[in-house]
Design a protein around this ligand. Structure first.
Ligand code: HSE
Length: 434
C-alpha cells in the first residue's frame, strides 16, 4: 500500500489526539483512502514534556522548519496556534507544494484570504475543518451537503469553554473562575482564555462560517463581539424564570440590506433544541432555503474530538492525491466571492432582555415603560422582584419585542438617566431562531 507522510507542527492536546486516533483507526483509514497514513515527524517546543500519545516511530524536533522542508512530507498539519510562526510556516509549506491542514481559527479568520490564495496558486489544499466547532463536520456540511441551498442564516454555540462555564454556573452555581480552571485542565480553553470568555474565539469561527454560508471573503473585523464575563448567576436565574436559557451564540444572517455577523450572550427559549446544548458540546443551526433548518451537534473541543476533524481533512487530501477535483476553500469558486455590505450592530434588529435596578417607589414602572414607548419599543413580558426589605432597591426584568439596536441604545441611555433607576441596565439579546 502507498504511504503518505504527515508532519505535525505542534504535539499538544490536538496533536497528541491526532497521533492516538490515527493509531487506533489506522486500518479503517487505510481502507477509506487507499494510503497508509504515517506521522513521520512532529515538532514541539519542549521535547521533555510528557505526552498523551506514544511518539515511537515519530522523529521529534524543536525546529518546525525541518518539517516544512522535508521533501518526503506531503501533508503538514499546523496545530501550534497563534499568528507567528504558524502563518509563515503555512505559507512556506504551501509554496513548497505541500497540502496543509490547520485547526487555527484565528489565523484563518484574520489571514484566510491570503492563505487560500497561496494554496490555490500552488494547486494544493488548505483544509480547516478542525478550526470550527471541534469534531462537528460543519465545514463539510456547508461546503458540500448544503450546497444546493441559499443560506438564510446560521446560529451556533461555537465555543466549548464558554458553554461549559455557562452550564456549570447554571447547574451547580459554580464560580466563574473555578469552572474556567476546569476547562483549562481539560484542554478546552485557548492559550489566552480571554479568547473564550470575551467571545473572540467564537467570533473567529463565526466569521469563517459566514463566509462559507454567503460566499464572501473573510472579514473578521466586522464581527460584533461580546463575551460572557458580565453574565451573573442572577441573570441566569431570571432568564430561567421566564422560560429561557442564556447561551453564548454566534449569529450570521443575510438580508436585503446585507450580512450581519454577531457573537453575544443570548436568551433562547428553553423549548429550542439549541438551548439544551450543554457543557463542552457545540451546535450549529443552519437555515437553507431549500432544506429548512438543520442542526449539527457534537463536542466543540478536546483532544480526540478535534483530531477527528483533522483526520477527516487528511482523508480528503489523500483522496485528492490521485488528481480528483478539489472543493473550493470557501465552497464557492474563488472568483465568485462577493463583497456583500456588512451591517453594524446598531442596524440589527433583535428582541431584548433588560434587567434594571430600581428604587421601590411609585411611578418607577410607568417612567420605564414611557421611555420604551417613546423609543417605539413594545414589551413582551415583565417580572418584578419584591423589594426586601420594603423600600430597598429591586430588579425589574423586561422582555421586549424586536427592535432596531440603535433605538434600544437610546432607550437604555434614557432609562439609566431616570432618577428612580440605579447603575447600568443589563441587556441581553433574545433570539427566537424562527
Ligand atoms: N477554546 C476552544 C473552545 C477550543 O473552547 O471551543 C476549540 O476551538
Amino acid at each position: 500500500m502507498n504511504v503518505v507522510k504527515v508532519g505535525l507542527l505542534g504535539l499538544g492536546t490536538v496533536g497528541g489526539g491526532t497521533v492516538n486516533v490515527l493509531a487506533k483507526n489506522s486500518e479503517d483509514i487505510s481502507r477509506r483512502t487507499g494510503y497508509q497514513v504515517v506521522v513521520s515527524k512532529a515538532s514541539a517546543r519542549d521535547l521533555t514534556r510528557s505526552r498523551i500519545c506514544d511518539t515511537d516511530g515519530i522523529q521529534l524536533t524543536t525546529n518546525p522548519q525541518e518539517i516544512v522542508n522535508d521533501p518526503e512530507i506531503q501533508i503538514v498539519v499546523e496545530l501550534m496556534g497563534g499568528e507567528e510562526p504558524a502563518k509563515s510556516l503555512i505559507l512556506e509549506a504551501l509554496k513548497q507544494g505541500k497540502h496543509v491542514i490547520t485547526a487555527n481559527k484565528a489565523l484563518i479568520a484574520n489571514h484566510g484570504n491570503e492563505l487560500f490564495a497561496e494554496a490555490a496558486k500552488n494547486n494544493v489544499v488548505l483544509a480547516y475543518e478542525a478550526a470550527i466547532a471541534g469534531g462537528i463536520p460543519i465545514v463539510k456540511a456547508m461546503r458540500e451537503g448544503l450546497t444546493a441551498n441559499g443560506i438564510e442564516w446560521l446560529a451556533g454555540i461555537i465555543n466549548g469553554t464558554g458553554n461549559f462555564i455557562l452550564t456549570e454556573m447554571r447547574d451547580k452555581g459554580s464560580a466563574f473562575a473555578d469552572v474556567l480552571q476546569e476547562a483549562q485542565d481539560l484542554g478546552y480553553a485557548e492559550a489566552d482564555p480571554e479568547y473564550d470568555v470575551e467571545g473572540i474565539d467564537a467570533a473567529h469561527k463565526l466569521c469563517i462560517l459566514a463566509s462559507l454560508a454567503f460566499g464572501m471573503p473573510l472579514n473578521f473585523k466586522k464581527v460584533y463581539t461580546e463575551g460572557i464575563s458580565r453574565i451573573t448567576p442572577l441573570d441566569v436565574t431570571y432568564a430561567e424564570e421566564l422560560g429561557y436559557r442564556i447561551k453564548h451564540l454566534g449569529v450570521a444572517r443575510k438580508s436585503e440590506a446585507g450580512v450581519e455577523m454577531r457573537v453575544h450572550p443570548t436568551l433562547i427559549s428553553e423549548k429550542q433544541l439549541i438551548a439544551n446544548v450543554d457543557g463542552v458540546m457545540n451546535a450549529v443551526v443552519v437555515k437553507g432555503n431549500a432544506v429548512g433548518p438543520t442542526l449539527y451537534y457534537g463536542p466543540g473541543a478536546g483532544a480526540e474530538a478535534t483530531a477527528s476533524a483533522v483526520i477527516a481533512d487528511i482523508v480528503d487530501i489523500c483522496r485528492q492525491l490521485d488528481g480528483a477535483n478539489a472543493v473550493p476553500a470557501l465552497g464557492f469558486m474563488d472568483e465568485q466571492l462577493q463583497d456583500i455590505p456588512l451591517l453594524p450592530i446598531e442596524d440589527i434588529t433583535t428582541a431584548f432582555y433588560l434587567r434594571i435596578s430600581v428604587e421601590d417607589k411609585p411611578g418607577v414602572m410607568a417612567a420605564i415603560t414611557s421611555v420604551l414607548a417613546a423609543n417605539g419599543i413594545s414589551i413582551e413580558a415583565v417580572l418584578q422582584k419584591e423589594a426586601v426589605p420594603q423600600g430597598a432597591s429591586t430588579d425589574v426584568i423586561l422582555l421586549t419585542d424586536s427592535v432596531i439596536e440603535k433605538s434600544m441604545i437610546q432607550a437604555i441611555k434614557d432609562i439609566e438617566a431616570l432618577d428612580s433607576t440605579n447603575g447600568s441596565v443589563i441587556r441581553i439579546r433574545v433570539e427566537s431562531l424562527q
